[in-house]
Design a protein around this ligand. Structure first.
Ligand SMILES: Cc1cc2nc3c(=O)[nH]c(=O)nc-3n(C[C@H](O)[C@H](O)[C@H](O)COP(=O)(O)OP(=O)(O)OC[C@H]3O[C@@H](n4cnc5c(N)ncnc54)[C@H](O)[C@@H]3O)c2cc1C
Ligand SMILES: *[C@@H]1O[C@H](CO)[C@@H](O)[C@H](O)[C@H]1NC(C)=O
Length: 427
């Protein structure tokens, strides 16, 4: 017998859409709350930038999107697909293997239409409060606001899908940066290279946005100096560019504006661009301390999905980053939907807590910093483990592509991996 619950989903990006689809498959009653007027989340390009370009003012008008105008996917479309709805079988306007962002949005709109998800979404409705009613009989109060009118409803379960690429995380440990008089921007507010024309630019970070954005800036800037604290970065001038260098971390900025790098290099720059990633932010969650965040770690989140005390009724989708996001979101969504209908059972609260503690111990031994807790990288064992909970397997040819992809990245580097991948799997 299935157990049909009333479930609130917060956000209509890839995560919210996918979980809505899986919940519907399990005959739950689903309401998706979406603060904007359209679905797609991250993949809705927003040309606006925030007035505070570092995003440090908590009262600023927040722009959700972080895409730049020319962004192309950094994964091939085959690896941005769902098991039964494949991006490589749906070409709209842009046939490239790693298409522009517009193509991804079309794919998501198509997905929502195909599985009749749009009718589940309440647009222009922001969730302002999710509160655990009682720690024993759990149901959740969900308060939301549509055009200034607020309403309160009770749900059996809540799935949090509000995204985590909106609140800038900034390098603050550089002595002298607070008083430095140059311009600073976070990649969240980068749309195109125009503000960087003829400038001497320093780019801090080594995540995905620190790959394509500096390459675009280098076309118009005088010089681009990248700074990374990763010991793995190869220092020196970049082979294919005349005006781009990789340096170590910035040690300090002196009062005359000179930046001193750890490797001894120094310069005076016009702009610092922070490509340092994002913070987790759940301003609506009130759980009496059950869910807490510290330095990008959601404490005790079993398999990056369930807080043990409230499982399976409260869950998070899409928390792991820099990975095969679509597949992760799909397996997590299916697992949540089936846990709620009691088709699959979760371990006891104690066992889940123990599992998370063990995981923390493991990553500590590997010297993984706390803010990388939810980083799982380009591997498939996590996806396979979760799929397995619901009796599914990762298709063999998808698994092969998932294994070939990091191989291309390692062998051919960021300037050659996509070509190498498409030589084998081109469409
Ligand atoms: C610059 C950039 C490039 C990327 N490139 C790739 C790529 O090439 N390939 C890849 O697979 N992944 C990529 N990603 C990862 C990307 O985050 C995922 O593909 C995916 O978009 C995550 O979806 P999501 O639903 O979890 O979050 P989002 O897409 O952020 O969606 C969250 C939704 O929740 C809504 N929302 C937020 N708060 C509330 C609230 N309180 N009430 C109601 N609604 C709310 C928002 O309006 C939004 O619609 C990229 C991310 C970024 C930032
Ligand atoms: C989850 O919700 C269901 C249905 O409302 C309820 O029976 C169950 O006790 C809840 N689980 C927990 C751990 O609170």
């Amino acid at each position: 017998m299935t157990n049909s619950l009333k479930v609130a989903v917060i956000g209509a990006g890839v995560s919210g859409l996918t979980v809505a689809r899986e919940l519907q498959r399990e005959s739950h009653q689903v309401v998706v709350f979406e603060k904007s007027q359209r679905l797609g989340g991250t993949w809705v390009y927003d040309p606006r930038v925030e007035p505070d370009q570092l995003g440090s003012d908590p009262n600023r008008d927040v722009v959700h999107g972080s895409l730049h105008k020319s962004l192309r996917t950094n994964l091939p479309r085959q690896l941005m697909s769902f098991t039964d709805f494949k991006f490589d079988e749906k070409i709209y306007d842009d046939p490239r293997i790693n298409p522009g962002h517009e193509e991804v949005l079309k794919f998501l709109e198509d997905f929502a239409t195909h599985f009749k998800l749009t009718e589940l979404i309440r647009f222009n409705t922001v969730v302002t409060r999710v509160e655990v009613v009682d720690s024993v009989i759990t149901s959740f109060v969900v308060e939301s606001e549509t055009n200034g009118v607020s309403s309160v409803e009770v749900f059996d379960a809540v799935v949090v899908c509000n995204g985590h690429n909106t609140q800038p995380r900034i390098a603050t440990d550089i002595p002298g940066i607070e008083t430095w008089s140059g311009k600073q921007m976070h990649s969240h507010n980068y749309r195109d290279s125009e503000p960087f024309r003829d400038q001497i630019v320093v780019v801090i970070g080594n995540g995905p946005s620190a790959i394509d954005i500096p390459r675009e800036i280098a076309m118009v800037a005088k010089e681009v100096h990248m700074s990374s604290r990763s010991p793995r970065s190869k220092l020196g001038k970049l082979e294919k560019f005349d005006n781009m260098w990789q340096h170590s971390k910035i040690l300090k900025i002196e009062s005359d504006g000179t930046m001193i790098f750890q490797d001894g290099f120094s310069l005076k720059a016009d702009i610092i661009l922070h490509c340092t990633g994002y913070k987790l932010h759940f301003p609506f969650l009130r759980t009496n301390g059950i869910v807490s965040i510290h330095d990008k770690r959601i404490k005790h989140l079993y398999k990056h999905v369930f807080p043990p005390q409230l499982a399976p009724n409260l869950s998070f989708v899409g928390i792991p980053e820099e990975s095969f996001t679509f597949s992760i979101i799909e397996c997590q969504s299916r697992w949540i939907a089936q846990a709620l209908s009691q088709k699959v059972s979760l371990p006891s609260k104690e066992e889940m807590l123990f599992d998370v503690e063990q995981y923390y111990q493991e990553i500590k031994e590997k010297e993984v910093p706390e803010h990388r807790t939810h980083y799982i990288g380009f591997q498939t064992s996590y996806i396979e483990w979760i799929f397995n909970q619901t009796g599914m397997v990762l298709e063999q040819h998808v698994k092969e592509m998932c294994e070939y992809f990091p191989h291309c990245l390692m062998t051919y580097g960021v300037d050659g991996y996509m070509d190498a991948f498409s030589q084998k799997y081109g469409i």
